[in-house]
Design a protein around this ligand. Structure first.
Ligand code: BV8
Length: 239
């Protein structure tokens, strides 16, 4: 089968979404049985929702934190770890941008990863701002920080209406301007600014490739589209 990355001495940038974790048993957002079927986004994934009902928001995120800790990386995650190793061994460069908050890429061994929407196993103090690794499945919610201001803890997640980390955006824009190929895997192409990264890559004249179970919303920006499941396709077609 034709390979996506034909020259390993390239600068390869990959972006993933919830679809790459589906075969690990983690629900996506917008598929038929997706997360947003049981919860309205506005009720659980925005600062207003958190101010209005911190218990409901913590319930939602602790359910996902527990699930993420119980799940394992699948062949799709592992194929990307292997691609990163092969590219680096051949003098190429590699960056993995993920919208996912489940931490599975790092657990699969990916090294150069930026988690642009945060990570479920980190919490942040709403008062002192400290961000720390937190695997607790709290019984008492919302939890409070042990700092002197006793701030309420929140998930270290980028919610709707919140800006992404400017450093992540700078790394992403630089990578899209310098890379040879931009591969987008397992995302519906609905949420911005992430869904707009492929149009930036196109503006810089880069090769753009999509691997997805179905056509994403922004399919028009891709030079190549491989339809199927990441866990099955990636080990065969990446390199
Ligand atoms: C921002 C954390 C500037 C939460 C997420 C009005 C007010 C404010 C903002 C907006 C607004 N209107 C629009 C916006 C911008 C908004 C946005 O884009 N909204 C959308 C809904 C239109 N964006 C933002 O708010 C962003 N911030 O713009 O800041 C700003 C500031 C103030 C005011 C205005 C603007 C912040 C966006 C980040 C939101 N946080 N996550 C959480 O995770 O709990 S987004 C959430 O969606 C997840 O991170 C997820 O990763 C992301 C994208 O979803 P996907 O990963 O694509 O998942 P999905 O289920 O949709 O698709 C899965 C795909 O996989 C499918 O195509 C399926 O076919 C495929 N698939 C399934 N199985 C497989 C597979 N493919 C391969 N193999 C398989 N096995």
């Amino acid at each position: 089968m034709e390979k996506i990355v034909k020259n390993l001495k390239s600068y390869v940038v990959v972006m993933t979404g919830a679809g790459i974790s589906a075969e690990s048993g983690i629900k996506t957002f917008r598929d038929a049985d997706g997360l947003w079927k049981n919860y309205r986004i506005e009720e659980v994934a925005s600062p207003i929702a958190f101010a209005r009902d911190p218990e409901l928001v913590w319930e939602f995120y602790l359910m996902r934190r527990k699930q993420a800790l119980e799940c394992k990386p699948n062949n799709g995650h592992i194929a990307l770890t292997n691609l990163e190793k092969a590219v680096k061994q051949n003098g190429g460069k590699f960056l993995l941008i993920t919208q996912n908050v489940d931490g599975l890429h790092k657990r699969a061994g990916s090294e150069n990863v930026i988690e642009i929407h945060g990570n479920l196993i980190y919490s942040r103090c709403a008062k002192c701002g400290e961000i720390f690794e937190d695997r607790n499945i709290y019984q008492e919610i919302p939890p409070y920080h042990n700092c002197k201001e006793k701030g309420m803890l929140r998930p270290h997640i980028v919610w709707f209406g919140e800006s992404l980390n400017p450093e992540h955006l700078e790394i992403t824009t630089n990578a899209l301007s310098e890379c040879d190929i931009f591969i987008v895997i397992g995302t519906s192409g609905v949420v911005y600014p992430a869904a707009g990264f492929v149009s930036i890559a196109k503006k810089f004249g880069k090769k753009t490739v999509c691997v997805n179970k179905e056509e994403p919303d922004n399919i028009g920006y891709f030079d190549e589209f491989y339809k199927g499941k990441a866990g099955e396709l990636l080990p065969e077609i990446l390199f």
